[in-house]
Design a protein around this ligand. Structure first.
Ligand SMILES: Cc1ncc(COP(=O)(O)O)c(C=O)c1O
Length: 453
């Protein structure tokens, strides 16, 4: 495009207007969508068309783990484009081999056969098809507080209200929902540890009674739906249950993976080996769209003598794989997994202090640089300010009001129903963490004023 092309002369307002008029804004009513024109981003900061900077306190969609404009990853995109932009997935390429080797260094041991997709959604679709082909069974057990993607199979396996608009067809034949593991607000009204992890045992009850269950899919730390961290016994118990019934365990690390929780993958906290691990987002720090469905060699062996009935034109797309190598190398060089673990106590203490100060904060929880601050009308009853129904009906939410104020003050934070997700780039400094928390601190007064006496 030449320098005097019309796009060069667009104002920020025009860029926002054209986008709003010609594009769909996702997961929302369209009428109120006024997308801010973002012109630049560097480190933990994004900059709008007027030059105003915002601290990226949730790494966009909990995905820009390396921070913006990492020079090595940016260069790797150009290098890959110069070297080889595309060939059919039937060929071997250098970036494909190199990324596969790098993945073997960081993935949980035993996860060693890869299918590359271009999103977390697609990677989950692959996982479901693989599980169904390998086991010869059909059903998938998911949990209510979950998000696994937006296309028909993955939205059908999504427990959160983003599924509702697609029902009944979107429910998808063969998906059954289990209670999530939420020790703050247990869906089956138990209390840890006297519950003896009844929520995991209930999944065994479901497997027995459903029959024909191919797999259980879990986010090891539930992401968008509240950064729910299970107690130590949960995953070992779930692994035992799956093994007892010949059911595969699919570990959805799309959000929780890539150092976010202070380990390469969240499941590493519990030393449990999944059968299939799905990831995306942080695999390239979201610079290019890459998803991964990775399996054990036991699953891979099945396809030696059986047809692998899955694929995409963009599978193992070289432009996505080269930057994947650079991202892992940068994470290793900068020791970002260790950094997330080191910063955890600092962030936790700051958030606990918010809880002590603000009557509207019901709970703070998380691991690494992945935390939720849940706000409630009433600490005793744990009643939330808003419901999932209000969220999908486009009603004004207290969390959105607070997030809006924070944005105006220069801090971008993700909010969902009645909690905030704090998940900054893993390069964040303590001073930047302080800045984001100060903005939350100031604006939580909005929720405090609405707390029931
Ligand atoms: C746990 C989890 N799984 C799957 C997805 C879907 O990934 P994508 O948006 O890349 O399709 C997401 C997206 O947020 C996610 O958080």
């Amino acid at each position: 495009m030449s320098d005097n092309s019309p796009a060069k002369t667009l104002t920020s307002e025009q860029i926002s207007d054209i986008t709003r008029q010609t594009n769909y804004g996702t997961w929302r009513f369209q009428k109120s969508w006024k997308p801010i024109h973002i012109a630049d981003a560097e480190g933990c900061w994004i900059t709008d068309g007027a030059g105003k900077r915002y601290l990226d306190f949730s790494a966009q969609l909990m995905c820009v783990n390396l921070g913006h404009k990492n020079a090595r990853v940016v260069e790797s995109i150009a290098e890959q484009a110069r070297e080889l932009a595309y060939v059919t997935p039937g060929y071997a390429t250098k970036s494909r081999a190199r990324l596969s080797e790098k993945l073997l260094e960081v993935l949980p041991e035993g996860i060693n056969k890869f299918f590359f997709a271009t999103s977390g959604t697609e990677a989950n679709e692959a996982a479901f098809k693989i599980a169904r082909m390998v086991t010869g069974k059909n059903k998938i057990i998911s949990r209510y507080r979950s998000y696994h993607g937006s296309t028909m199979g993955s939205i059908a396996a999504t427990g959160d209200p983003r599924r509702w608009a697609m029902e009944p067809a979107g429910k998808g034949a063969g998906v059954a929902f289990a209670p999530e593991c939420n020790c703050y607000d247990c869906p089956i009204k138990h209390t840890y540890p006297t519950c003896n992890i009844a929520c995991a045992d209930y999944i065994e009850h479901m497997i027995r009674n459903e029959s024909d269950v191919a797999a259980v899919i879990v986010e090891p730390v539930v992401g968008t739906n509240g950064v729910l961290v299970p107690p130590p016994e949960y995953f070992p118990r779930l692994r035992e249950i799956c093994d007892r019934h010949g059911v595969l365990l699919i570990d959805d690390e799309v959000m929780a993976g890539w150092g976010r929780t202070g380990k390469w993958f969240a499941i590493d906290h519990w030393g449990v080996k999944p059968d299939i691990l799905v990831t995306a987002k942080g695999i390239t720090s979201a610079y290019v769209p890459l998803g991964l469905c990775a399996t054990t060699s036991k699953i891979a062996d099945y396809f030696q003598e059986h047809y692998f009935a899955h694929g995409h034109t963009y599978e193992a797309h070289p432009l996505t794989l080269g930057p994947g190598v650079a991202t892992i190398e940068e994470m290793q060089r900068l020791k970002l997994v260790e950094r997330a673990a080191e910063l955890e106590p600092y962030l936790r203490a700051k958030l606990e202090a918010l809880k002590a100060k603000h009557p509207s904060v019901g709970d703070v929880r998380g691991l690494g640089l992945f935390f939720a601050v849940e706000i409630v009308k009433n600490r005793k009853t744990k009643q939330l300010f808003n419901t999932m129904r209000e969220k999908v009906e486009g009603k004004p939410l207290v969390v959105d009001q607070i997030a809006g104020k924070m944005m105006a003050q220069g801090v971008a934070i993700q909010a969902w129903v009645s909690h905030f997700v704090i998940a900054p780039p893993l390069i964040i400094t303590k001073a930047e963490l302080d800045l984001g928390i100060a903005a939350l601190d100031e604006n939580l007064s909005i929720a405090d004023a609405l707390v029931e006496a």
